[in-house]
Design a protein around this ligand. Sequence first.
Ligand code: DP6
Length: 330
Amino acid sequence: MSSPNAVTAVAGTNIALVKYWGKRDVALNLPAAGSLSLTLDRLGTRTTVAFDDGERDRFVLDGAPAGDAATTRVSTFLDRVRASAQIARRALVTSENSVPTAAGLASSASGFAALALAATRAAGLELPAPELSALARIGSGSAARSIFGGFVEMARGVRPDGSDAIARPMPEGDGWEVRLVVAITAAGPKAIGSTAAMTHTARTSPYYEAWVAGVPADLTAARAAIAARDLAALGVIAERSALRMHAAAMAADPAIIYWNAATVAAIAAVRALRAGGTPAFVTIDAGPHVKALCRAADADAVAAALRAVPGVSETLIAAPGPGARVVEAP
Ligand code: DP6
């Protein structure tokens, strides 16, 4: 099935504990502030890239040809890889997301991390991880973090070319037995994509500047919490960061509201667990699903509590996972 020069890479998605929400440069996807995340062992992407003699790039996603917008995004990304490798050949890109339901959890983070690795290798390039992270960032800001496993910090960077807007692994968090319990609260794609939503927030939300200004202190505190393996400290920062990000988006004009009734009920359920002595903390991305950060030992109980929330259709427990890696190459 795959051509002899095909390279396959896999990457796990990541969930930010200090969120990225806003850009200092849209073309190069440079973030307005740093961020900090956990790469997961589930919800990843497996991508095969084969350069061939086709007339144009083709993108097959989860077994079917992708739409024009997604194909163009992939093709534009491949243009950068072709320019670095000084090749002109088009490619067949085949991607599969390991998402349990069609719940809108498919992730550009794992997608562009796997694509960056598979495409560069298939083009004959062997980029050092920091350069791979910068490349993945151009596809999607959060993808820069999925190049690495475990806890990862993404730097805002100061250079106009983005060469220092890259992620780095945080080995001080390795082996820490935390879990993210994902509660699915709706089916279908999200209301508004993160790229458009960030731009709209930056343009119209009176809270945007305050949001961006608060991130460096959260990063400093999160780094210390990870070094100390202090889940309560990290959880408080993560929950606060997510709620402030959403507050900034909700204050945009018109408002961006990703939540539904089950989102709010799931937040309440996690806070009730906490009040009852189980350390669990909420984070929410650009969608209605709720993720709870907790100890591995509490993950089953947290998942059970979230499954009992009306409107939660499914839960899954994810552990820290490895960074992007090549799994098949000539
Ligand atoms: C809420 O990385 O999807 O998940 O850079 O425009 O592709 P683009 O955005 P994307 O945004 C992620 C937003 C978030 C928070 C986070 O992952 O840090």
